[in-house]
Design a protein around this ligand. Structure first.
Ligand code: PEP
Length: 251
């Protein structure tokens, strides 16, 4: 099955509401509805309402949150809830981004809980997996991403797995300017696809988009997107500039 590519922008801790307004004005002026792409923005929680409002005329563009807490509510100062994300109009939640795992110490057990909460809230989860340079050099890439995938899907039933998106983001490629080659990306996307096939069968697995992320830019986006089993792109740094982003979404 050939999936409609999903092109997602992870703004991380960038773009205030004021920046986001200026970004959208510039981006929307040069990017009419693209039937052949699903676009997603992941702004910060503070900026998300501005982005949702700015895209009111563009329901084809999805907006998501970069993180939610592993409990739906309670005494967790500073956190954001999946229920609040849904209430504000978010459709997707990023889970297990490498910065969550490696800067904030998010474990596989935490991603298991978050994925279950997101599924219960009927939002789409985009589960990120990826190996560190050390793990790659030790030949452990496949086992690391398989372990992260298994943990992420552990508490989901097959119907819930069917609505998940995955992103393969090698840690050594994020924000470093070093990109996986299209062949490397294909190889690991193939590992993930086979793991999905054994979990939910061929037909469902074929419908789950697997995005590549890690120093994607307007120069390498189309080659990466053309690689086998690459169904989309998750873009950090190069999504911050409206012109660069507008050319990546057309890749
Ligand atoms: C990311 O944050 O998901 C990412 C891929 O960042 P960058 O494109 O900057 O490497």
């Amino acid at each position: 099955m050939h999936l409609k590519p999903v092109i997602a922008a992870n703004w991380k801790l960038n773009h205030s509401p004021t920046d986001a307004k200026a970004f959208l004005q510039r981006f929307l002026a040069q990017s009419p509805k693209l039937n052949e792409r699903t676009l997603i923005f992941f702004p910060s929680a503070i900026t998300i309402t501005t982005v949702i409002e700015g895209l009111r005329e563009r329901p084809d563009v999805w907006v998501g949150v970069q993180n939610v807490h592993s409990e739906a509510q309670g005494a967790f100062t500073g956190e954001n809830s999946v229920l609040m994300a849904r209430d504000v109009g978010a459709r997707v939640v990023l889970v297990g981004h490498s910065e969550r795992r490696h800067v904030f110490g998010e474990t596989d057990a935490i991603t298991t809980k978050k994925m279950a909460l997101i599924a219960q809230a009927r939002l789409t989860a985009m589960l990120c997996v990826g190996e560190t340079l050390e793990e790659r050099e030790a030949g452990r890439t496949a086992s690391v991403v398989e372990r992260q995938l298994t943990a992420g899907l552990a508490e989901l039933d097959d119907a819930q797995v069917a609505s998940v998106m995955l992103a393969y983001e090698p840690v050594w490629a994020i924000g470093t300017g070093r990109t996986a080659t299209p062949e490397d990306a294909s190889e690991i996307h193939g590992v993930l696809r086979r793991a999905l096939v054994s979990r939910v069968g061929e037909k469902v697995a074929a419908g789950i988009p697997i995005l590549y992320g890690g120093s994607v830019n307007r120069g390498n986006a189309s080659l990466l997107l053309a690689a086998a089993d690459v169904d989309g792109l998750l873009v950090g740094g190069a999504s911050l500039d409206a012109d660069s982003w507008a050319s990546i979404v057309r890749a």
